[in-house]
Design a protein around this ligand. Structure first.
Ligand SMILES: C[S@@+](CC[C@H](N)C(=O)[O-])C[C@H]1O[C@@H](n2cnc3c(N)ncnc32)[C@H](O)[C@@H]1O
Length: 196
């Protein structure tokens, strides 16, 4: 299994990095829930003073590829698990959740997960549907597999983030339109902090 051949992947990584990096000042412990191949964490391990990375994903295969890419001195831990069902997360300064909420279609389950993240700051990136939420559950020729995901509208996603007790301190579109999805969605970044 290889990481899906999403269009414009390298350019998107570049924008991911420049969107996330400014929000990591003073971050010593970082979690990435649904990290995939941990491409962002690999870049961060080489360019920041983050002391500890906690990396979680459902895919053993993706996690297996992490060790030879992380910066040689990076202190990191990988764990294969279903993030929606992990009860206790270690404390972190920042948690990344990038392109993952769409795979947790149940709003209450997503809200519960956000509540349990045990983080000061949450950086969430998700593709949002334009007008109405879209549920997709069908065979994808591009992936050569069944694809199931729930694309919320930005309003619906923001409602869940707030219900989970976060304040959205920054919202931005992630990518220039030329490298956006050809489907009816737009990716947003949310930087959120726990409401005091
Ligand atoms: C679109 S990829 C994003 C990967 C990475 N965050 C990035 O931005 O490059 C979505 C990832 O979420 C993982 N994932 C989806 N549902 C999950 C779940 N319930 N628990 C853990 N990982 C999950 C998938 O295995 C996949 O690696």
């Amino acid at each position: 299994m290889v990481y899906p051949d999403y269009p414009h992947l390298q350019q998107r990584r570049h924008y991911d990095y420049i969107n996330i990096y400014p929000w990591l000042t003073d971050c010593k412990r970082l979690k990435d829930v649904g990290c995939g191949e941990a491409s962002i964490d690999v870049m961060l391990s080489q360019t920041t003073d983050i002391k500890k990375f906690f990396l979680y994903d459902l895919s053993e295969h993706f996690l297996d590829s992490v060790w030879w890419k992380m910066w040689q001195n990076a202190n990191y831990k990988t764990k294969r698990l279903d993030i929606a069902h992990k009860k206790v997360y270690p404390k972190s300064d920042v948690t990344l959740m990038l392109g993952v909420s769409i795979y947790i279609p149940d709003n209450d389950m997503l809200c519960d997960l956000l509540c349990r993240l045990n983080t000061k700051r949450l950086i969430l990136r998700d593709p949002c549907a334009y007008k109405k939420s879209i549920f997709i559950d069908k065979y994808s020729e591009r992936l050569d597999a069944k694809y199931s995901a729930y694309y919320r509208t930005a309003g619906e996603l923001e409602g869940i983030i707030k219900k989970a007790g976060y304040k959205i301190i920054h919202k931005a579109t992630c990518y220039p339109k030329r490298i956006e999805s050809e489907y009816k969605s737009r990716q947003y970044y949310y930087v959120c902090e726990v409401e005091k």
